[in-house]
Design a binder for this molecule. Structure first.
Ligand SMILES: Nc1ncnc2c1ncn2[C@@H]1O[C@H](COP(=O)(O)OP(=O)(O)OP(=O)(O)O)[C@@H](O)[C@H]1O
Length: 896
C-alpha cells in the first residue's frame, strides 16, 4: 500500500494515519485488547485463588485471607491482590500516558505550523494565519481527495540537513515534551517486569496441588498453566499500554488536523482544501518520487513488508533454498541433540557408567560431524542465494531508475541516485543474506530448545523466562529508535554523496573559484552528521546489548541457584541441569541472533524503502506503449500547447503555443533566453507531456504513439552535448547495433569531425573521458552531430547545435547541416541565437513570454518592424563579447 502524498523522503517519520475512522478504530481496538488482557489476567489470578481455596479449604475467613496473603508457598491470595492493584495502576498510567500523548501530538502540530509560517511568527497561535498557510504547512495539513487520508509526517529538524547542529532544548521544553510520557511508559514496564519476576519466583516455590483433579486433569497442571499464563499476560499488558498510548497520540493528531482543516476551510473557503492537487511545497520538494503527471506513491516498507519482499526476491532461487532448508533441517535436529548427549555423558561420568559413557561419546562425535557438515552446506547455499538476490536487486533498481520520467530527474541529483544504487542496495541486501541463513535456523533452535527446557523442568524454565520480558522490551525500544535514526542517517549519506558528485562533476569551476575548502566543508558536514548518528546508534546498541547481557547472566545465576537447589534435593540430576543450561544458552543465542537480524532489517527498512519505491514506480510516459511507427513523414503541429515544469509549477513556460511545421520544412525558434524554445524541443521528444493542448506528429497525437519507435526517426543535438566515457566510435554509434565503418566515417565527415578525429593518435578509438572532458566543446558538438546524422532521422531537433563552436567551426558545421537539410525530406526544428543560423529557415517562429508572437520568413519578419527586427538589430549592433562583459561588470559590480 502506498502513501497518499506520494514519496516521502527520509526526513519523514511515519506515525500512522490521520484518517479519522482508521485512527478511531485503532484506538478502540487497542483499548479493547488491553481490557481483554486485564480480564484474562484477573481470571487467571482468581481461578488460581479459587482452586487453592476450594481444594485445600484454606483461608476461608477474612482473617484467614489476610494470613494467607503472606503465605508465599501454599496460597495465591497475594497474586489476586497484586493483580487487582496492578490492573488499577496500569489503567491509571495508561490514562495519564494517553493524556500526555494527546498534549504531545497537539504541541508537535502547532510547533510545526509555526515553523512552516517562518521566523516571523512569534506566538504559538497559528490559527490567525490559517487562510494563508505556507506550502510547507499545507503539505503537512493538506488532505487529498477531500478526505483525511494523508499520513502523519514529522519533518526532521532542518538544521541537521543544513549541517548546523539543532538549537539546544531548554529543560522546560525537554521535560514538557515526550519525555514525561516516556517516563510513564517506563514505570509501566518496571511495574510489569517486577510482577512478572514475582510470579516467576512464586512458581518455583509454590506448592501445587497434586491430589485433586478437574475433568481428569491434575490440579498441579491446572495451577501451573494458570500461573504460567499470568506471567505471559503481564508481558502483553505492558506492551498494550504502550500501544494504547501510541494510538491515543495518533487519534489526537487526526482530531487536531481535522479541526484545523475545518477552521481553515471556514477562513479561506473550501477552495484551498478542496483542491485535489498536492500542495505546491510538497510538489516541489527535491528528492521526491515523481512522474510526469506529478508526485507518486511510495512503496511503504516496514519490517514485515521487507521480509515479504525479500522472500519474493529470493523466489527465483527456489532450488538452492530448498537444498539449504533440507540441510538446515538435518543440522538443526542433530544440533538440538548435542546438549542432551553432553548432559548424559556428564551423568554417566558421575555414575561411573563406562559402556554408556563410551557410546554417548561416539554418538556425540557423529552428531557433531553431521551438524558441522550440513551447517556448512546450508551456509554456502544461503550465501549464494544472497549474492544472487543482490545482483537481481541492483539490476532491478537500475532498470527502475533509468525508466523514470525525465520529470523525476529534474527533482533529484545524480549523487542521490548513486547513493541508492550503491549504499542503499547493499544496506538492503545485507540483512536479506543474513536473514535467509540465520532466521529460520535460529527459530528452529529457539522453539526446539524452549520445548526441551520445559520438558526438563518447567519451573526452572518459568524462572529463567522472567528475564525474557525486559530483554524483549529493551530490544523493541532500541529497534524502534534505531529505525528512525538510521532513516535519517541514510538520508544524510545520500546528501553527502550528492555533495561529492556535484563537486566532482564541476571540479573545474571549483578549482577556478578556489572553493575546494567550501566543498570539502560541505561534504564533511554531511558525513559528520551521518557519523554522529551512526555513533549514537552504536552507543545505544552497546547499551542495549550490555543490559541484555546482564539480564542474560542474571538468568544463568537464577538457573544455577534454583537448579543447584533441585540437584541438592535430589529432584534433578546434575547432567540435566547442565543440559538445561546448554539449552538455555541456545535459546539466548538464537534469540539474540533473531533480534540482530530483525534490528538489521529495521535499519535496512529505510534503505529498502528508497530502493523498492524506485523499483516499483512505473513511468507515466511509457516508452513501450502506444502505436508503433514504422515510417515518419515529419509533419509537426503544436495546438495551443501549454506547459510548466513540475519543479516550478507557478511559472508557466508555454502559455499556448500553436505552430505548424510542414513535412521537410526548416523551422527556427528564436527569442529571448528563457522564452521556452528548448522546452518545445523537449516536448517534441516527449521528455514531458504538455499540461494543455497537444502535439501532433503526422497528424497523430504524440501521446498515442510508441515513443521508442518515434525516437528511431528523430535526432536531437542538445544544448549540453552529452558524451559517454568511451571511445569516439562508441559515442558516434551509440545505441546502434548495425552500422559499417564507412557509414560512421561518412557521418563524421558530414559533421566536419573526421579530420580532427584522425589527428588523434588513436583515431576513432580515442577515449573521450567522463562526459567528454578530453574534447573541446566544439569537438564534442561535432561528434554529437555525427551521432545524430548516422541515424539519418526524418525529424532533426537542433537545440543550439552550433553554440559551442567558433565562427570557423560553426561555418563548417553549419555547412554540414545545410547539406543535410538541402538533401530534403527532413523536417528540422532548430533553436538558435545566431542570425547566421536562422536566416535560411523556411519559417522563423519568434517566442516571447511562452508563446509565438511572430512567424514567417526572415525578410517577411524584418519588414514587420516587430520583435524579430529588434532582435536582429540588437545582434547586428552587438558589441564584442569582451567589451559587453566589461560593460556588464561595470554596471553590476559594486563600485569602489
Ligand atoms: N527542468 C526544469 N525545471 C524547471 N524549470 C525549468 C527547467 N528547464 C527550464 N526551466 C525554465 O523554463 C523556462 C524556459 O526554459 P528554456 O530552456 O525552454 O528556455 P530557452 O528559450 O531555450 O532559453 P535559452 O535560449 O537560454 O536556452 C526558463 O525560465 C527556465 O528557467
Amino acid at each position: 500500500m502506498g502513501k497518499k502524498t506520494g514519496y516521502l523522503p527520509e526526513n519523514v517519520v511515519y506515525l500512522g494515519t490521520t484518517n479519522m475512522n482508521e485512527a478511531q478504530s485503532l484506538w478502540r481496538w487497542r483499548v479493547g485488547a488491553l481490557t481483554a488482557l486485564f480480564i484474562i489476567d484477573l481470571s487467571c489470578a482468581s481461578s488460581l485463588y479459587t482452586s487453592v481455596h476450594l481444594w485445600n479449604l484454606h483461608g476461608q475467613s477474612a482473617r484467614g485471607f489476610l494470613d494467607s496473603l503472606l503465605d508465599f508457598t501454599t496460597d495465591s491470595s497475594d497474586l489476586l491482590v497484586f493483580s487487582i492493584l496492578r490492573i488499577l495502576c496500569l489503567v491509571g498510567l495508561a490514562y495519564y500516558g494517553s493524556a500526555l500523548a494527546w498534549q504531545e501530538a497537539e504541541r508537535t502540530e502547532r510547533a510545526k505550523e509555526l515553523k512552516a509560517q517562518g521566523p516571523g511568527s512569534s506566538s504559538l497561535n497559528g490559527h490567525q494565519n490559517g487562510n494563508k498557510s505556507s506550502p510547507r504547512s499545507s503539505s503537512i495539513n493538506g488532505e487529498q481527495n477531500g478526505g483525511l487520508k494523508e499520513p502523519l509526517l514529522i519533518r526532521k529538524d532542518n538544521a541537521v540537513s543544513n549541517g548546523k547542529p539543532p538549537p539546544a532544548k531548554g529543560f522546560e521544553e525537554w521535560f514538557s515534551g515526550s519525555s514525561k510520557k516516556d517516563i510513564v511508559l517506563f514505570v509501566v514496564f518496571l511495574l510489569c517486569t517486577g510482577f512478572q519476576a514475582y510470579v516467576g519466583a512464586k512458581c518455583v516455590g509454590f506448592y501445587f496441588d497434586t491430589t485433586h483433579r478437574l475433568w481428569g486433569v491434575k490440579g498441579e497442571v491446572w495451577q501451573s498453566v494458570l500461573m504460567g499464563t499470568q506471567v505471559a499476560w503481564i508481558l502483553c499488558e505492558s506492551r498494550y499500554v504502550h500501544l494504547v498510548v501510541d494510538a491515543r497520540r495518533i487519534l489526537s493528531r487526526a482530531l487536531y488536523l481535522r479541526n484545523r482543516r475545518k477552521e481553515k476551510e471556514q477562513n479561506a473557503g473550501a477552495t484551498a482544501f478542496a483542491s485535489s492537487k498536492p500542495a505546491p511545497g510538497l510538489a516541489q520538494q527535491e528528492g521526491t518520487l515523481r512522474g510526469d503527471k506529478g508526485l507518486k506513491e511510495e512503496t511503504e516498507v516496514d519490517q514485515n513488508r521487507f521480509l515479504m519482499r525479500a522472500i519474493s526476491l529470493a523466489r527465483e532461487e527456489v532450488c538452492l533454498i530448498f537444498c539449504a532448508f533440507a540441510c538446515l533441517a538435518v543440522s538443526s535436529a542433530s544440533g538440538l541433540l548435542l546438549p542432551r548427549f553432553q548432559g548424559r555423558i556428564l551423568d554417566h561420568a558421575i555414575n561411573n557408567d563406562r559402556p554408556h559413557f563410551k557410546t554417548d561419546i561416539q554418538l556425540l562425535i557423529v552428531f557433531t560431524i553431521i551438524t558441522g557438515l550440513f551447517e556448512a552446506t546450508r551456509n554456502l547455499c544461503f550465501t549464494v542465494v544472497g549474492k544472487r538476490v543482490l545482483k537481481t536487486l541492483q539490476d532491478r533498481l537500475f532498470m527502475g531508475v533509468v525508466r523514470q520520467d525525465i520529470a523525476y530527474f529534474d527533482g533529484t541529483t545524480s549523487g542521490e541516485l548513486t547513493s541508492r544504487l550503491t549504499n542503499d542496495v547493499s544496506s538492503m541486501a545485507e540483512p536479506i543474506n543474513w536473514m535467509l541463513s540465520s532466521i529460520v535456523r535460529n527459530l528452529i533452535a529457539l522453539v526446539g530448545a524452549f520445548v526441551l527446557c520445559f520438558s526438563i523442568s518447567w519451573k526452572l524454565s518459568m524462572l529463567a523466562f522472567t528475564t525474557m520480558a525486559p530483554i524483549m522490551h529493551i530490544t523493541a525500544v532500541y529497534s524502534r529508535w534505531s529505525r528512525e535514526l538510521n532513516r535519517k542517517r541514510y538520508a544524510l549519506l545520500a546528501e553527502a554523496n550528492s555533495a561529492a558528485s556535484e563537486a566532482l562533476g564541476n571540479v573545474r569551476t571549483v578549482r577556478a573559484f578556489s572553493t575546494e575548502e567550501v566543498e570539502i566543508d560541505r561534504f564533511k558536514s554531511k558525513t559528520l552528521s551521518a557519523m554522529q548518528k551512526g555513533v549514537r546508534d552504536a552507543f545505544a546498541y552497546a547499551g542495549a546489548v550490555a543490559v541484555n547481557d546482564w539480564l542474560d547472566l542474571g538468568a544463568s545465576v537464577l538457573i544455577l541457584w534454583y537448579g543447584g537447589t533441585l540437584v541438592m534435593q535430589g529432584r534433578l540430576s546434575a547432567g540435566k541441569l547442565i543440559t538445561f543450561e546448554l539449552y538455555w544458552n541456545q535459546i539466548q543465542s538464537a534469540y539474540q541472533s533473531i533480534m540482530s537480524v530483525l534490528m538489521s532489517l529495521t535499519r535496512a527498512a529505510g534503505a529498502a524503502q528508497r530502493v523498492l519505491s524506485l523499483v516499483d514506480a512505473l513511468p507515466d510516459i511509457d516508452p513501450n506503449a502506444g502505436t508503433m511507427v514504422s515510417t515518419l513523414d515529419g509533419e509537426i503541429k503544436l495546438e495551443d500547447v501549454k506547459f510548466h515544469y513540475q519543479m516550478r509549477p507557478q511559472h508557466p513556460v508555454l502559455t499556448g503555443v500553436s505552430l505548424h511545421v510542414g513535412q521537410g520544412q526548416v523551422c527556427a525558434l528564436v527569442g529571448r533566453s528563457g522564452g521556452g524554445k528548448s522546452t518545445i524541443v523537449h516536448l517534441l521528444m516527449r521528455f514531458y507531456d504538455p499540461t494543455g493542448g497537444k502535439i501532433l506528429l503526422d497528424g497523430w497525437d504524440l501521446r498515442h504513439l510508441n515513443l521508442k519507435s518515434v525516437h528511431k526517426h528523430m535526432g536531437l543535438v542538445a544544448q549540453d552535448t552529452q558524451m559517454f566515457a568511451c571511445s569516439i566510435e562508441e559515442n558516434i554509434t551509440y545505441g546502434l547495433t548495425k552500422y559499417t565503418l564507412e557509414e560512421m566515417e561518412e557521418a563524421a565527415r558530414y559533421a566536419n569531425a573526421h579530420e580532427f578525429i584522425m589527428r588523434f593518435p588513436d583515431g576513432y578509438a580515442t577515449r573521450v573521458g567522463e562526459r567528454g572532458v578530453r574534447l573541446s566543446g566544439g569537438q564534442r558538438q561535432r561528434i554529437a552531430i555525427a551521432r545524430m546524422l548516422l541515424r539519418r532521422p526524418k525529424v532533426l531537433l537542433l537545440d543550439e547545435a552550433t553554440s559551442s563552436l567558433d565562427t570557423e567551426s560553426e561555418a563548417l558545421v553549419q555547412q554540414a547541416l545545410d547539406r543535410l537539410i538541402s538533401e530534403g525530406g527532413r523536417t528540422v526544428v532548430l533553436v538558435a541565437h545566431r542570425l547566421s543560423t536562422v536566416r535560411n529557415a523556411d519559417m522563423i517562429a519568434v517566442m516571447e513570454k511562452g508563446s509565438v508572437v511572430e512567424q514567417g520568413h526572415h525578410e517577411e519578419l524584418l519588414e514587420r518592424n516587430g520583435v524579430y527586427q529588434r532582435l536582429v538589430r540588437r545582434q547586428l549592433n552587438k558589441p564584442t563579447p569582451i567589451s559587453a562583459a566589461y560593460r556588464d561588470a561595470a554596471t553590476t559590480l559594486p563600485q569602489g
